[in-house]
Write a protein that binds this ligand. Structure first.
Ligand SMILES: C[S@@+](CC[C@H](N)C(=O)[O-])C[C@H]1O[C@@H](n2cnc3c(N)ncnc32)[C@H](O)[C@@H]1O
Length: 224
């Protein structure tokens, strides 16, 4: 996180935070602040999105400094854009503080440079878990197989069984390396490296679970 985010946490009167924020960051919050866990994890919603927005609007009416604390970067698959729009519509003044997204931080912590002159000049950040009922077209995995040297997939671990066949159908080679990084940057960080052809049974065998970032591309073979 940035120094600016840290100083805002130290001054906050109210902090509304999500599930994947690390305990080390929660420990920075002003001890006098009201701390509300709006955390969402797969299948377990503490507060609905509407409830979270309503709460933020209500708190902003009584407190001078409310911090909405999200994991990584608020605009990277974090619904930060939706919350910003709703708050602005309600007349709340909002400042967005950028963060370091898991798709950059977790590979870096695992020693995988997501761009490198010799391995990959293009990288795509993509969700492996799309919102249902949306109006835009689904992720075109076959096109991505050809369109980007490195893929960084958020929330993808439970759908790799559907995603990998699409990438192969799009022309990606079965020998393409893949890395899964769970709890990246945290003491409990775990990694699984394989190829598109071998990874699925290994995930089951090792009971490798979310939250994880998936990196696909030759960059995964960057020498450790
Ligand atoms: C709803 S998205 C939020 C991403 C967040 N806004 C960001 O910029 O990192 C949650 C997904 O981010 C990834 N993620 C978040 N924290 C992670 C971590 N410490 N290690 C690995 N993946 C993480 C996982 O793919 C997880 O399912």
């Amino acid at each position: 996180m940035t120094l600016k985010a840290k100083s805002l946490l130290e001054l906050a009167e109210v902090v509304v935070y999500d599930a994947l924020v690390s305990p080390a960051i929660l420990a920075m919050i002003n001890p006098q602040a009201e701390q509300i866990n709006a955390g969402k994890r797969r299948g377990r919603h503490s507060l609905s999105q509407t409830e979270t927005i309503d709460l933020l609007i209500a708190k902003a009416q009584t407190a001078t400094l409310v911090v909405r604390l999200k994991g990584g970067d608020p605009f990277m698959f974090g619904r930060g854009g939706e919350e910003l729009a709703a708050l602005r519509e309600a007349g709340v003044t909002v400042e967005v503080v950028p963060g370091i997204t898991a798709g950059v931080a977790a590979p870096a912590a695992a020693g995988i440079p997501i761009t490198h002159r010799d391995y990959g000049s293009s990288v795509t950040f993509v969700t492996g878990h799309e919102a249902a009922g949306k109006y835009r077209p689904e992720v075109n995995w076959r096109a991505l197989a050809q369109g980007s040297e490195t893929l960084v997939i958020y929330m993808g671990i439970h759908n790799l069984g559907q995603i990998i066949p699409e990438l192969l159908a799009g022309g990606m080679r079965p020998q393409t390396p893949i890395a899964l990084i769970r709890w990246g940057t945290r003491p409990e960080q775990e990694e699984l490296r394989a190829t598109l052809a071998t990874v699925l049974p290994l995930i089951n065998e090792r009971r490798f679970d979310a939250p994880a970032i998936v990196v696909i591309g030759q960059i995964v073979n960057f020498p450790l």
